[in-house]
Write a protein that binds this ligand. Structure first.
Ligand code: CU1
Length: 526
């Protein structure tokens, strides 16, 4: 402000400096803000994971006390889900959806600003519980009662943070739905929508349906703790299992919120680098919609051990297995797209192919767990941890990494360093498997999840897992370096990497306007 002159206050041009970012209503700026937030939170949540893996490197208690360990498992998950992966997809949506459908911006640009700016405050509020007396919530990301009610006074702060995160994602979802329904360029019919747009529209409906359920469930926790209700308290006529039903009615579709946009990303990238149109476009659309619908009717597969009636266990087993059908359709379509294609293996394609292989493995272990009698052995073991990290790390995170490498030149105007990108890919892919593959075995052998110490027979698998985790964590510094390097300049981006996409007319229908509201009337849409 030192150089500010009197005249500057009469300048009604676009806001500059920090004010630009605080007041922006431009979809590209907001997309960038989401992506940067996601990247920072990826490192914050990652640091928490490394605390966990450091403690588990060998049996016995080394670095942290059990309470802090449990706070780390809880916050790692919440930060990664709500602070890293969801914001990353919101960032991709903001950047790409208007451009992909030929719209000048999101439909509700001011609400867009609000839905972003709630997010960092909500995540900080959640993280601030770490510094309160009694520390952060420590009952796991599911916040199950009665354990979560035993914590200190972190509960109201965690619950309010969940409310804010819910408001933020509902507003983002409304914005995406309104944009895609109302602002498609002439000729952009539903069955011409790029797959990334389709997957996000379906995801947005999921978000609007589930976030209020989660908000309601955690509010009931709050009234149980502070207002004398007994929703989840058996002594007062309530039932803790009710919370599990409410949580997973939210929680299962929530994990599809993390994976459906990943499917969209991969469906954009594979055709580009295989130089063939996406195989089975309409079956991809219908498969995504069926996965979205099915995600609402399988929730109790997370709670086979609570003592459900046998009919319930059978129903949830069969319903869950049904999801493998549309998911299989997608995997075969990606393979058929690559079949006899003129494939090249740039970094985005490497991450996309690794996604197809490794996410499918997470899908197979999911199928194993869907079988209720077998799940009694897997429940609450490291097998579950291995399963969902294959779906969410080599699934969702790999799709985000693929998308970042794919679209970074579009965002910054400069090419990323292909050599460093490949190095990042191989280090990431090898280390992530060293980290999570052994957890299948320790889990099947009975090692429980969310514990700071374990029996000595699990020592080798845990040591391997920790080594993999640290290599994985430090390999992500390459990503940060590549991103910063590409923002700062270098070789101008060419059309090279988007050639395939252009040929098949799926992308870049229109250039999107520059990142300020510099026009006074609506821009021409040709
Ligand atoms: Cu589930």
């Amino acid at each position: 402000m030192t150089a500010t002159t009197h005249d500057d206050h009469h300048d009604h041009g676009p806001a500059k400096g920090i004010m630009r970012w605080i007041t922006t209503t431009n979809h590209k700026d907001i997309g960038t803000l989401y992506m940067i937030t996601a990247l920072i939170m990826f490192f914050v949540g990652g640091a928490m994971a490394l605390v966990i893996r450091a403690e588990l490197f060998e049996p016995g208690m080394q670095y942290v006390d059990p309470l802090f360990f449990n706070q780390m498992t809880t916050l790692h998950a919440l930060v990664m889900v709500f602070g890293a992966v969801m914001p990353a997809f919101a960032g991709l949506a903001n950047w790409m959806i208007p451009m992909m459908i030929g719209a000048p911006d999101m439909a509700l640009p001011r609400m867009n600003n609000w839905s972003f700016w709630i997010l960092p405050f909500a995540v900080c509020l959640l993280a601030s519980t770490l510094f309160m007396e009694g520390g952060a919530p420590s009952a796991g990301w599911t916040l199950y009662p009665p354990l979560v009610l035993q914590g200190g006074n972190n509960l109201p702060f965690a619950v309010f943070s969940v409310h804010l995160l819910g408001i933020s994602s509902i507003m983002a979802a409304i914005n995406i739905i309104v944009t895609v329904f109302n602002m498609r360029a002439p000729g952009m019919t539903w069955m011409k929508l790029p797959m990334f747009v389709w997957t996000w529209v379906i995801t947005a409906f999921l978000l609007i349906a589930i976030m209020p359920v989660f908000a309601g469930a955690v509010t009931m926790l709050l009234t149980d703790k502070f207002f004398g209700t007994s929703f989840f308290n058996a002594a007062g006529g309530g039932d803790p299992v009710l919370y599990q039903h409410l949580f997973w009615f939210f929680g299962h579709p929530e994990v599809y919120v993390l994976i459906l946009p990943s499917f969209g990303v991969v469906s954009q990238i594979i055709p580009t680098f295989a130089r063939k149109p996406l195989f089975g476009y309409s079956s991809m659309v219908y498969a995504t919609a069926s996965i979205g619908l099915l995600s609402f009717i399988v929730w109790a597969h997370h709670q086979y051990t609570v003592g459900m009636p046998i009919q319930g266990e059978l129903y949830f087993t069969y319903a869950t297995m049904l999801i493998a059908v549309p998911t299989g359709v997608k995997v075969f379509n990606w393979l058929a797209t690559m079949w006899k294609g003129a494939m090249t293996f740039e970094t985005p394609m490497l991450f996309a192919i690794a996604f197809v292989v490794l996410f499918t493995m997470g899908g197979f272990t999911g199928l194993m767990m869907s079988i209720s009698p077998a799940d009694l052995q897997y429940h609450d073991t490291y097998f579950i941890v291995a399963h969902f990290h294959y779906t969410l790390v080599t699934g969702a995170v790999f799709a985000i990494l693929a998308a970042v490498y794919y679209w970074l030149p579009k965002w910054t105007g400069y090419m990323y360093d292909e050599r460093l990108g490949k190095l990042h890919f191989w280090l990431t892919t090898i280390s992530v498997n060293v980290c999570f593959f052994p957890q299948h075995f320790s889990g099947l052998a009975g090692m429980p999840r969310r514990i700071p110490d374990y029996a000595v027979q699990f020592a080798e698998f845990n040591a391997m897992s920790s080594v993999g985790a640290f290599v994985f964590g430090f390999a992500q510094l390459i990503l940060a370096y590549v991103v910063i390097q590409s923002i700062r300049g270098g070789d101008k981006a060419t059309d090279e990497v988007w050639e395939g996409a252009k040929e098949h007319g799926l992308e870049w229908q229109l250039p999107s306007p520059p990142p300020y509201h510099t026009w006074t009337t609506a821009p021409d849409i040709k």
